[in-house]
Write a protein that binds this ligand. Structure first.
Ligand SMILES: Nc1nc2c(ncn2[C@@H]2O[C@H](COP(=O)(O)OP(=O)(O)OP(=O)(O)O)[C@@H](O)[C@H]2O)c(=O)[nH]1
Length: 394
């Protein structure tokens, strides 16, 4: 499709994939500058830009690829939840992926057997999480059995408890994996941080991180891949941390970030997130540093959107269709802009209120971005299906 004269940006990612030839319009090179009408539907119609049938085709194709993709799950990332009994492993999964409230987790029974959850973020990001009972309850080889199959260990450390035992368990687990030649990523949730006074949180974080690093060094474990997050199920921190964990599983991440960087460079947007609306997981954002308050704001936008959808929308007629968008102006001088990519994934953009935004131009760029993201996921699914087919032929 020809979008008229434009700057041709290359969106090739670090892993060599061409991410859809994104040609984004910048405000200093805008063939449609004279358009004053800002409503997306008219713009779509007048430009015959991204007509509905084409989008329907993409959705149909994606569904077909999903079916193929489902046939073999050997490619799916596998996460293992690990940590002392009652550290909060099950609560984290139930809160993010099963919409349990934080209060309801108080009633959770002890996990007695390994639970496997097949999860999807957006439409295409699939992974498996295994929730293993704590070491007191687990069968002696539960961790060993499942850890070797895992791509990432999510270690939950209850910061309100005496955490020496938890640190010892973490170190022995890293050591065991290392000795078995399986140097996987460890994502450590320094959890239940709501129980620690706000001023002491960062100090607690660095004390734990330092102790772990010193102990790993003493065990001669070189360059372990280990990240730490401060989390609580009583605020957005758990969604933020889990977003990073999910992003670390995504092969499309670099390509997605490149696309988002290109759009922020060609528009006045301060930040763009690709968000799984249902689970409040950020699948990607542009690479500019992000303040915690901004991601909290995005979580709030998603909540507002979900509330309105549940009241006014139906599964056949969502409140935001593929053509429309929603803007929210905040008293703190920011505008939030939400546009869907598919029924479960949305773009959330943040811009300053005083920015002289050309909405028609932004709409054009976001539509190009949306199409490129859809194609990116399609390409990866195709590649994955092809690789699986080749493997089965060999
Ligand atoms: N204050 C606080 N409590 C939490 C948090 N997360 C979980 N909990 C509580 O911690 C308790 C134990 O949570 P679980 O999710 O059952 O812990 P678990 O690690 O899965 O326990 P087992 O599977 O039995 O080993 C529950 O009462 C939760 O409500 C948190 O962020 N803050």
């Amino acid at each position: 499709m020809n979008y008229g004269p434009s700057r041709a940006f290359s969106t090739a990612s670090s892993n060599g994939l061409n991410t859809g030839g994104g040609d984004y319009y910048s405000s200093y090179h805008n063939p449609y500058q004279s358009h004053t009408k800002t409503h997306s539907n008219n713009l779509y119609d007048s430009l015959n830009f991204n007509n509905h049938n084409h989008l329907d085709d993409i959705v149909d194709e994606q569904q077909q690829i999903d079916i193929n993709y489902d046939m073999d799950d050997s490619d799916k990332p596998k996460l293992l939840m690990w940590g002392l009994t009652k550290s909060g492993k099950t609560s984290v999964i139930k809160l993010i992926f099963e919409k349990m409230t934080a209060g309801e987790t108080l009633q959770l029974p002890e996990t007695k057997i390994v639970q496997t959850h097949e999860l999807t973020c957006g439409i295409h990001v699939r992974f498996q999480i295994r929730d293993v009972p704590g070491p007191k309850t687990a069968l002696s080889d539960d961790f060993e059995t499942y850890a070797l199959e895992s791509t990432t260990i999510v270690f939950v450390l209850d910061v309100t408890d005496d955490y020496s035992d938890a640190i010892n368990l973490l170190i022995s687990s890293v050591q065991w994996m290392y000795n078995n030649g399986h140097n996987v990523r460890f994502e450590v949730l320094i959890h239940k941080i709501d129980g620690v006074h706000e001023q002491d949180r960062l100090e607690r974080y660095s004390t734990i991180q330092q102790r772990v690093n010193i102990m790993l060094h003493e065990c001669s474990i070189k360059e372990p891949v280990i990240n730490f997050y401060l989390t609580s199920i009583y605020d957005h921190s758990i969604h933020e941390a889990f977003s990073k964990i999910v992003q670390n599983q995504m092969r499309q991440l670099r390509a997605l970030e490149n696309m988002l960087d290109l759009v922020t460079a060609s528009t006045q947007l301060d930040k763009i997130f690709v968000c799984d609306i249902y689970n409040k997981i950020f699948l990607a954002s542009d690479t500019r540093p992000v303040e915690t308050q901004l991601s909290e704001l995005c979580c709030d936008v998603v909540d507002v959107y979900k509330d309105i959808s549940s009241i006014y929308g139906t599964s056949n007629s969502p409140v935001l269709d593929s053509m429309s968008f929603c803007t929210i102006e905040l008293s703190i001088g920011l505008v939030l802009y939400l546009k869907d990519i598919n029924p479960t994934t949305a773009l959330i953009c943040i811009l300053k209120k005083e920015s002289k935004i050309n909405e028609a131009l932004m709409e054009v760029n976001l539509n190009i971005l949306k199409k490129n993201i859809q194609e990116l996921f399609r390409t990866y699914s195709n590649t994955s299906s092809r690789q699986q087919l080749n493997a089965s032929i060999e």
